[in-house]
Design a protein around this ligand. Sequence first.
Ligand SMILES: [Zn+2]
Length: 337
Amino acid sequence: MKNKERSLIESTKHASGKYGGFSFGGCQPGGVQVINPLRKGIEFPNGAKSALLLTFDVEGNYGNGRGSEDLEISNYDRICNRLETNGIPATFNIVGKMVEDRGPDFIQRMLDGGSEIAPHGYVHDLNKRHGGDKVYAGHYGPAENNMQINDGIQAIEKNIDSTVKGYRLPYGHFNEYSYDAMEGARLQWASHVGIDGYGTQPFQIGLGNKIYNLVEIPLDNQTFDWPIWMADEKTNKSFVDAVRAYCRSRNIQFVRTPQGGVAIWHQRMFEAIDNQSVFTLLCHPINLAVNKAVWRNPLEQFLFPVIDLLGELNRTKEAWVCTCAQMTEFYRQVISL
Ligand SMILES: [Zn+2]
């Protein structure tokens, strides 16, 4: 089966509802209000003044990842071992259908290692459920958004009860019906909004005039793993351009290799520490399950050096490495939500 190639960024902001859209490729969702952003320089539970979150979108071949799903799934044991060796957790956002089709052992492994799991849609692309060509949550109304949110939660919770605290929708695309559904499901956090225009600090999200009881954890929409070595410049030019611009502004060599990715992420981490701020890294492990000589083994070449550095920063208390749920609990204590 060959995935139909499509850009991750399309022109429609939100075909349904009044607010929302993409946070990627220079797009900004409409109507987002940043309320009570977490103050910079605050002291986190381990005494550090900055926090780093490692988040994964676990999506096999349900989206547009191009690696081997079998290899991706078998990699999770190694990834979790590396996290455990370093004494740090991560947040894994997983496509619900993938849990049904391929789980639950690999998600249980994540939890056993102290990481958090949350849904990344029930289906990754909504047209696979509803037909037609509308892929994104923000293209749909309340009924479809409720199904996407609640079935994603159910796919995990029928295996592991009461573990889901938050949600990341595919493509980070949403509208107010998505947030209504997440709030209705009593979730605590969401992570869709990119750092462009909203900053890196967690905040309480408002959409239009409505303020939600959800902590929004902004994610890296400029330099996340994927464009560094996988994106082709024809369909994903905006990603490649964003990474190039970041490298230029920081005087980092722009090389589309795993090592180039590590250099960029190191810079991200050190900036967060310098600025006493929060930064949320985003990685797609399906793109680390590729077999091309030029990339050698991206798990070894890209992800493990990143995990080792995060472990070191956490041990030396230069940063607090936490899950989305841990950050949310901290935020709620500070802001008294
Ligand atoms: Zn995805």
